[in-house]
Design a protein around this ligand. Sequence first.
Ligand SMILES: [Zn+2]
Length: 218
Amino acid sequence: MSAWFPPFAILRHLVAVYAPRTCASCDATIPENHVFCTGCVVTIERVPAHHNDADVYAPYVHGGAMALAVQRLKYEGRGDLGAPLGELLAAALLPAPATLAGEVDFVVPIPSTPARLAERGRNPAAQLARPIAERLGRPMIVDALLRAETTRQATRSGQERRRGMLGVFRASTTKVQNARILLVDDVVTTGATLAAATDALYTGGACSIHACALTRAI
Ligand SMILES: [Zn+2]
């Protein structure tokens, strides 16, 4: 290393000065290793155990500062929030990473629609999934699952959403054959999206699927 190169500790200090950590919801300055400020964190609720069915694990209620942070990640160009929010999901999902790592070959994010991907240039679910894959020590495979274009889901009823999701996903049989997969999404509302993706992966030959999302609308 060159003599002029500042030691790591000084670099960290400079990074902190010029890029202060800010709250994922309101942009207040927060200490390192925090995701939300003290004012926002009190609005965040864990999903009660009885709401977490066997099919999908989602640790946080889709409300308060957490919902706002997801909104910013998905619709307001805040791709930088993907990593810290993904870390929160990973921490909730993996109190014992070795256990789940033993049951998962790779991580698959729910793909964005082609139009959304073109518009954003990124997939928020993949941004959430990356820290989980890293903690598990397993790869993330973004093209194991392909998604066709569909109409917007946000205003449709549960039944319409389930009908609308039929045939939306297609799995890459070469990638998912006999695989044990952890599927990751941002928000679970009716569960229609994750159910359709799970069906497609099983049809493609996957042998087991765990599914999770950061928040659940309850
Ligand atoms: Zn805040």
